[in-house]
Design a protein around this ligand. Structure first.
Ligand code: EPZ
Length: 416
């Protein structure tokens, strides 16, 4: 069965190591296309989205192999420039290959990645930015062809700091002719990780980590070894698990410097947080106070990817709170199942009004997307009795082994 079984109601206790970052490694795997040789990527999470990116790279002619959590990619023979529709629509982050393929092959035939449960997820910002860099794009109903004899460095100002569009501009700029100045770039830590990977391969970049990047096109990139940083969203998810269920946990490798917004919220609600170079410790020894208002923002505001798990925490806090989702237009899908477990939540457009309840009760629920699924696991840990979460495969897109990790933290969690 494609489900997760959780017997909740117990305090968490224990420690677990945080996996490598999904949203850092996906653009980095795309970037290996720009190296006509071998890249070795360590601490790569074994998750469905990475396996899918591996398949896409192999479709393009790359050799990809694994040893533990180390992936080796040899893109020397990469040549194909077509991405099959099924491949692209199965995983939206395939759009990240656009910039890299333009940099390597000069022409890409790709179907539109399409939307997903959380939103329409258009790519207008990506295409407008690439057009500024000399890319000709012919759009058809379900697919488009992008071609550039030689990508040109350009002044590009994004209308919105889109993470994916920022990554595509970076991937197109590193081998372009001339210099690209990218303004209003996304500042999510995964962008800095991509830039560090590219710089290690010989790219010439200034402003890494800031909203203004200056990228001087290089003639080529060379082979590189790189270690993927820890996944801030996985770490944040497990922090919300302790916030919902209570107890004392330690999250090894958790990147506290990238979780400021959640750490601030946790302390406001009454958690006792310990931060050191090994990771993040959390003690939650009494019912949390409600957070009156929480809104999702671009980095370094509260991350949209932790909005659903935080909803599960706020459902049990003492008092009322409002969650405002500002990044995706449909990211309250999990509310129905949280209500089924006893939560008191109403949504009006992009706001969720939450009245904390004393307890949740285990139920049969269904994940509809990655972070909503994770939120149901968080709620299940706090709920009395058994929670069965169907559609585990959504959760496995981003969490290497959520049951293993939650068992490390003392939970009764298993796959069913
Ligand atoms: C990345 O998605 C992440 N995915 C998402 O994580 C994350 O939620 C998101 O950034 C925001 O932080 C990966 O890195 C693989 P955006 P991305 O472009 O690049 C709109 C997860 O759970 N937009 O910053 O798609 C868009 O519709 C996933 O791990 C346009 O309108 O995010 C959305 O409303 C979910 N036109 C908003 O901007 C465009 O051309 C943010 O999108 C591009 C985006």
């Amino acid at each position: 069965m494609d489900s997760i079984h959780i017997y909740g109601g117990n305090l968490l206790k224990g420690e677990t190591r945080i996996q490598g970052s999904k949203n850092a490694v996906l653009p980095i795997l795309a970037a290996t296309l720009l190296v006509k040789g071998t890249c070795i990527i360590k601490n790569c999470p074994r998750i469905a989205d990475v396996y899918h990116m591996q398949n896409l790279l192999q479709e393009l002619g790359c050799l990809v192999s694994w040893a533990g959590n180390t992936v080796t990619v040899n893109a020397a023979q990469a040549s194909d420039n077509r991405m099959s529709g099924e491949s692209v629509t199965r995983m939206r982050s395939s759009i990240m290959l656009l910039g890299a393929m333009l940099g390597r092959m000069g022409e890409v035939v790709m179907s539109y990645p399409g939307g997903c449960v959380i939103g329409r997820r258009p790519i207008d910002i990506h295409l407008a930015a690439l057009r500024k860099m000399g890319v000709e794009i012919e759009e058809e109903e379900h697919m488009f062809t992008a071609r550039a004899v030689r990508l040109q460095g350009a002044e590009v100002k994004l209308p919105f700091p889109s993470v994916g569009a920022t990554e595509n501009v970076i991937l197109a700029a590193v081998l372009a002719e001339g210099t690209t100045v990218l303004e209003n770039a996304a500042r999510e830590p995964e962008i800095a990780a991509l830039c560090e990977f590219l710089a290690a391969a010989g790219a010439d970049m200034e402003g890494i980590g800031s909203g203004r990047l200056v990228i001087k096109g290089a003639d080529r990139l060379h082979e590189v070894k790189y270690t993927v940083p820890a996944d801030r969203i996985v770490a944040g998810t497990y922090m919300t698990a302790a916030m919902a269920a209570g107890g004392s946990i330690f999250l090894e490798q958790a990147p506290s410097n990238q979780l400021g917004a959640l750490l601030k919220a946790a302390e406001e609600m009454g958690c006792c947080v310990t931060i050191n170079k090994e990771g993040i410790g959390m003690d939650v020894l009494r019912r949390l106070k409600a957070l009156p208002y929480l809104k999702t923002e671009v980095y370094d505001g509260f991350p949209t990817d932790l909005q659903s798990p935080m909803m599960a925490v706020m459902a049990l806090a003492d008092g009322q709170g409002i969650v405002e989702e500002n990044i995706f237009e449909n990211r309250f899908r999990v509310v129905g199942d949280l209500v089924k477990m006893g939560a008191d939540i109403e949504t009006v457009r992009n706001k969720a009004y939450i009245r904390g309840v004393e307890k949740l009760t285990g139920a049969a629920v269904e994940a509809e997307e990655l972070r909503g699924g994770a939120a149901l696991a968080v709620a299940g840990l706090a709920a009395e009795g058994r929670t069965v979460i169907k559609n585990r495969h959504f959760i496995e897109r981003g969490y290497e082994d959520i049951c293993r990790d939650l068992r490390d933290l003392g939970a009764d969690a298993s796959i069913g």
